[in-house]
Design a binder for this molecule. Structure first.
Ligand code: HEM
Length: 327
């Protein structure tokens, strides 16, 4: 009896290790090497031409991948259209509506991939590769991504409404990352994505005029930077959708100036600036400000982690033919 109960944890451990190994192994760096050898070229060209046409697209594709992975895992659920009253997608969820961009870029790439390798490559793998290439074309680092994700057959607008928001506390944001298997370091590193792209005034306007009901701007904002923001985002509702670069220094370049901005009290979102003052994150901000290559290296590692959230593999999900609709 004693002998049996003593063995049980080992048996369990074996199964846990063995099964988790299997799940992880279903994502594979060479997954499409024989079934779609031109995949990476097709995606890379699609991303390159989209960015050549609109330099903001690098940022938009990167954010699309984040918003996909944080809802139902990286299953391309974000790409599904609403269908009348029968199917509710995520495109109209709070953080996506009039904000997320780049859907048509992925749809075009998918159409080209389908021509070359019909019913073979998932939309979620295409989006993962596109985000990686977008960072590379914006001047960031390059990392290899394991492939073999399958597409979800469902979407979850309610969960998409809960994507991290700039109005939330750092504790809440950290908790949301933790719930996806990401840690505080991933929060700091992945927030560095805000080195490219734009934000609408309403996402930070509460900092500019009457911060927390004080009648004054957020004291964490540099005075001359604040003036610039106030002129693009005057205190009236019709400025809500005006755009400001998240990194005003090098807005299309994927570098570490996001962290420099924070150090200089010029982080746009409150959820960005707080990383410079909270004692759990401030030293990382200083490090990435000082060591640009450390940031680029860590960014790739955190992106691979993010790209593995809740992936569907094996017989789960499907390979959509069109990223907008389930088969
Ligand atoms: C930590 C929590 C995060 C919050 C609260 C947050 C919030 C936001 C907000 C409010 C915007 C502006 C949206 C708009 O005005 O329409 C934005 C833009 C952006 N976010 Fe985040 N974000 C977070 C994390 C991330 C992560 C993890 C990534 C990617 C790895 C990312 C990538 C981007 C990019 C690239 C843009 C610019 C998009 C464009 O110009 O189209 N963000 N984010």
């Amino acid at each position: 009896m004693e002998h049996k109960s003593c063995k049980l944890p080992f048996v369990r451990l074996f199964y846990i290790l063995f099964l988790s190994h299997l799940v992880f192994c279903q994502l594979d760096y060479k997954y499409y090497d024989s079934t779609c050898p031109n995949l990476t070229r097709i995606v890379r060209y699609g991303v390159w031409s989209a960015i050549a046409n609109d330099s903001r697209m690098a940022a938009s594709l990167l954010r699309l991948h984040f918003h996909d992975c944080f809802v139902n895992g990286c299953d391309a659920s974000i790409l599904l259209d609403d269908i009348g009253s029968t199917f509710v997608g995520e495109k109209n969820a709070l953080g996506n509506r009039n904000s997320a961009r780049g859907y048509e870029v992925i749809d075009n790439i998918k159409a080209n991939v389908e021509k070359a390798c019909p019913s073979t490559v998932s939309c979620s793998d295409i989006l993962t590769l596109a985000a990686r290439d977008a960072v590379y074309f914006a001047g960031g680092s390059y990392w290899t991504v394991p492939l073999g994700r399958r597409d979800g057959r469902t979407a979850n607008k309610t969960a998409a409404n809960e994507l991290p928001s700039p109005f939330e506390s750092l504790d809440t944001i950290i908790a949301k990352f933790n719930s996806k298997g990401l840690d505080i370091k991933d929060v700091v590193v992945l927030s560095g994505a805000h080195t490219i792209g734009f934000a609408q005034c309403f996402t930070f306007k509460s900092r500019l005029f009457n911060f927390g009901g004080s009648g004054k701007p957020d004291p964490e904002l540099d005075a001359s930077f604040l003036k610039g923001l106030q002129s693009v985002c005057p205190d009236q509702v019709d400025s809500d959708t005006n755009l400001v670069p998240l990194d005003s220094v090098t807005s299309t370049k994927f570098d570490n100036s996001y962290y420099k901005n924070i150090v200089n009290s010029s982080g746009i979102l409150q959820s960005d600036q707080v990383l410079g003052t909270d004692n759990r994150t401030a030293s990382m901000v200083l490090n990435y400000n000082k060591y640009p290559f450390l940031f680029l290296k860590d960014f790739g590692a955190s992106m691979v982690k993010m790209g593995n959230i809740g992936v569907l593999t094996g017989q789960d999900g499907e390979i959509r033919k069109n990223c907008k609709v389930v088969n």
